[in-house]
Design a protein around this ligand. Structure first.
Ligand code: NDP
Ligand code: OXD
Length: 317
């Protein structure tokens, strides 16, 4: 299609038919190219929408002005070698936020109501009622009070949990005790279920380690602390996590993200009874919502309004 509007290149892992369907409702009158078409000349592209892009994308599309992340996280972009100093816009949308909160609430309820233990009993044909702690006696500590962490916190409160949160900058959130870096130990000492919703940055890499797990509250109603992570696998030290799950420092976990994805078939995590694994699927990007968001932000850019959700490259998220 010939068009005077600057062109877009898409490098996403969706099926082509899903992208085509989404494009029938977004980016009208604009040339949209797929990076997967290896013979396509991408030099006219001014915008790229990417999820873990091929290494050669920036060479093939040297005239980009804005990079759009296909997800909320941007570590897959910030780690591209020789990344030019372009603005990076991350994906923020109600569909993504709602899905994540559903996953977080599901995992917290699963551990509260002993889903892994009942699953084991069902396999053994064992009819035995287990204790039912009350949500109000369980403190969920959320690390990362951004778009996803705040929505999860509000929905966990609705389910009756006591919720506290930790973030880089101090926050004031109704009904939630919040902590910044200086209050980390205090935050951990009150936490029964730790939820990780942090971006992967140099500061958050390997943050969930043996020392941190040992600081979580002991003697709580779940019989021991639980670790839930849907941020990034690079924030967890998996050797420490396995050890903590094995020696009772942690009594359970729900893991959506891993240091290596897909989780290798021979990983010891697969056979642990006290954990729930999902395949980096806590909250999937809806490609229709993504392309609508890209269109909105391009409209802002082209009419000299500030784009929203622009990443601060100095802090990495
Ligand atoms: P936001 O940028 O809105 O929030 C990030 C939060 O992390 C902020 O509260 C920020 O603090 C906090 N934070 C960042 N660095 C530090 C630090 N060094 N110390 C303490 N707090 C820190 O991100 P989102 O909520 O939108 O998304 C969070 C992450 O979730 C994404 O980056 C991505 O990795 C992951 N994700 C995973 C998905 C999945 O399916 N598994 C789906 C979508 C996202 P402050 O508020 O002070 O800035
Ligand atoms: C994201 C993700 O960052 O899906 O959006 O992990």
């Amino acid at each position: 299609m010939s068009s005077s509007k600057p062109a877009v290149v898409i490098d996403l892992k969706f099926e082509r038919r899903e992208i085509d369907a989404a494009l029938s409702h977004a980016l009208p009158g604009r040339k949209v190219m797929l990076a997967a078409d290896k013979d396509q000349d991408l030099s006219s592209a001014r915008y790229a929408v990417v999820w873990k892009p091929d290494r050669d994308l920036l060479l093939r599309a040297p005239n980009l002005q804005v990079l759009f992340s296909g997800g909320a996280g941007v570590d897959h972009i910030l780690t591209i070698p020789d990344l030019p100093p372009l603005p990076i816009v991350r994906f923020v949308d109600e569909s993504l936020t709602t899905r994540m909160s559903e996953w977080v609430v599901l995992q917290c309820l699963s551990h509260l109501r002993q889903a892994p233990a009942y699953r084991r009993q069902q396999r053994e044909h064992l009819w035995r009622e287990l204790p039912q702690p009350e949500a109000k006696d369980v403190t969920v500590g959320i690390m990362g009070l951004g778009v996803l962490g705040r929505d999860s916190a509000a929905k966990l409160k609705m389910m009756g949990f006591n919720v506290i949160g930790w973030s880089r900058r101090a926050k004031d959130i109704e009904d939630i005790d919040t902590f910044d870096n200086s209050g980390l130990d205090d935050f951990l000492s009150r936490t029964d279920i730790l939820v990780g919703l942090l971006p992967l940055t140099p500061d958050t890499r390997a943050l969930f380690n043996a020392g941190l797990f040992r600081k979580l509250r002991r003697g709580g109603p779940l019989g021991g602390p639980v670790f839930i992570n849907a941020g990034r696998g690079g924030s967890q030290v998996e050797r420490d996590l396995l050890e903590a799950l094995g020696n009772g420092t942690l009594c359970g976990a729900s893991l959506d993200v891993f240091e290596v994805e897909p989780l290798p078939a021979d990983s010891p995590f697969w056979s642990l009874e006290n954990i729930i694994i999902t395949p980096h699927a806590a909250s999937a990007t809806d490609v229709r919502a993504l392309l609508r968001h890209v269109e909105q932000q391009i409209d802002r850019y082209e009419t000299n309004q500030p784009m929203q959700h622009v990443v601060d490259r100095t802090v990495g998220y």
